[in-house]
Design a binder for this molecule. Structure first.
Ligand code: BG6
Length: 500
């Protein structure tokens, strides 16, 4: 890999400390970094290189307790006023100096771990110093969500970025795409002859995706209240999962081959009509309740949240994909904070056989096979199918076959950020969101947001913290023998009451 410098804007911030530097450290420990590699932290705080290193190592539970000198030697720092264009010459000079001293070619990754208001500014100021040019080395820009607030602002942001950087230089992080289990969706679908023929409207009854979190908004109330669950989780993470589950097979694993298919899929998602939003999009907000004798705060009591907030902390959607493969197959997604378990999983619910020979309600009321793909925790796959109960007659019972990643003792599942940072270092954009598909995803989300905004009569259901969300969401999916699967801490457990 080319020698390079990773420049982290917002280096003294929370994300850099919690996720980025630990990920780079793990890459270092794993021997994945190029021999000549440096991290340059940039932010307002007035640190020297040494103070920055100490700050990184202090209170850190990821670094070896003895300061890892090899790693510390790779860390440098430049304080600037990020809002002032003039101060960017300091970044350029420091980069040139570091490059010369450490024999590193001018290959730069600019990671913007900063508030979104700075997204258009930093690229412009970098370009002012010629740091967007690729004539002597590469220059890549990494940005974190939110990519806009709706379709219009996403388009504006893309235009602003494209004024200074080419699309192939821009890497939009969606940390879900860095998860090993999310990438495995491609292998499950396109690497297995047994699943591929079944993956369509002829055999699949519906698909459901759940991303449940036990935590509340914690100290992020200020940010979250302007976002809500639909923007925070659905527009990005969950729609990316939908795309990987439903897109057509790409011609290759090349970044654009995959991203072209995702774009086509987003374009085929039928937007929910404004007048049908109350029927197909259920929103909820957690209210205070007692869980295990602890009183849990309601969302409106959280720090930074107005006491009349209407931000949704839960959302469930039903929608369709208008294309040849998925006509009439309902997709359901739900996500929420303060639910009973932390679990993200996909359920592929197959159609029942055409003629029911073996119905014996006593043991087996559900003839639908299910494939459960567990994104986290207890990552793995579970296939449910019917088996004959030994003995007289034909009594059928549901049994399960399961695979857990933890069984692969020789493979360590890398952290999402580790994988994504390594990919941008290699220039591989496969696991990054492309500008056009971000806009297409917003096109699906916008009518829901607009309807909620324009029509306060659309119900915002309260749900007690520690429960599975509003009753209305249950009704969204309910049908003959069909209801949301209730995920537990482990993949194979699912019922109304499970160990939490
Ligand atoms: C983030 C959201 O993108 O994803 C958070 O902003 C959410 O609100 C988090 O908690 C969930 O990520 P994970 O990896 O814990 O499922």
């Amino acid at each position: 890999m080319d020698s390079q410098i990773l420049v982290i804007f917002g280096a003294s911030g929370d994300l850099a400390k919690r996720k980025l530097i630990p990920a780079v450290y793990k890459l270092h420990k794993g021997g994945y970094l190029p021999e000549k590699f440096i991290v340059l932290g940039v932010s307002r705080t007035d640190y020297t290189d040494e103070e920055f290193r100490n700050n990184v190592f202090e209170d850190s539970d990821f670094l070896d307790s003895n300061k890892d000198a090899d790693f510390a030697d790779k860390l440098f720092y430049q304080a600037i006023d990020t809002l002032s264009e003039e101060s960017y010459s300091k970044v350029r000079q420091k980069l040139e100096r570091l490059g010369e001293e450490h024999h590193i070619a001018p290959n730069y990754i600019f990671y913007l771990s900063v508030p979104p208001s700075l997204y258009p500014k930093i690229p412009a100021y970098l370009a002012g110093e010629g740091l967007n040019k690729q004539d002597k080395g590469f220059s890549r820009l990494v940005i974190e969500k939110p990519f806009g607030y709706d379709e219009t602002s996403a388009r504006e942001l893309n235009e602003q970025l494209l004024e200074y950087f080419e699309e192939e230089q821009i890497f939009r992080i969606d940390h879900y795409l860095g998860k090993e289990t999310v990438q495995n969706l491609l292998v499950t679908r396109f690497g297995n002859g047994i699943f591929e023929p079944l993956w369509n409207r002829n055999y699949i009854h519906h698909i459901e995706i759940t991303a449940a979190e036990e935590i509340g908004v914690g100290s992020r109330g200020g940010y979250y209240d302007k976002s809500g669950a639909l923007r925070d989780m659905v527009q990005n993470h969950l729609l990316q999962i939908v795309a990987l589950m439903a897109m057509e097979p790409p011609n290759s694993t090349d970044a654009d081959a995959i991203r072209n298919e995702k774009l086509k899929l987003f374009q085929a998602m039928r937007p929910i009509k404004k007048e049908e939003v109350s029927q197909y999009a259920i929103r909820g907000q957690y209210i205070s309740s007692e869980v295990d004798r602890d009183l849990i705060k309601g969302y409106r009591e959280e720090e930074g949240v107005p006491n009349d907030s209407t931000a949704e902390t839960y959302v469930a959607l039903k929608f369709f994909i208008d294309n040849w493969r998925w006509a009439d197959v309902p997709f359901y997604i739900r996500t929420g904070k303060r639910l009973p378990a932390k679990a993200t999983e996909i359920v592929v619910y197959f159609k029942s056989p055409p003629h029911h020979l073996f119905i014996n309600e006593q043991d087996f009321t559900n003839m639908n096979n299910q494939l459960i793909i567990r994104i986290q925790p207890d990552e793995g796959l579970l296939l449910q199918f019917g088996m004959k109960v030994p003995g007289a007659g034909f009594r059928v019972k549901n049994v399960e076959m399961d695979f857990h990643y933890s069984e692969l003792t020789d493979a360590e599942v890398p952290e999402a950020y580790e994988r994504l940072i390594l990919d941008v270092m290699k220039g591989d954009a496969t696991l990054y969101a492309r500008g056009d598909s971000v806009e297409a995803a917003w096109q699906f989300i916008d009518p829901i947001l607009e309807a909620w905004e324009a029509n306060p009569d659309i119900k915002l259901y309260g749900y007690p913290a520690g429960t599975w969300g509003p009753e209305a969401a249950r009704k969204l999916i309910e049908g003959e023998n069909v209801s949301w699967r209730t995920p537990c801490k482990t993949l194979t457990e699912s019922r109304n009451f499970c160990e939490l």
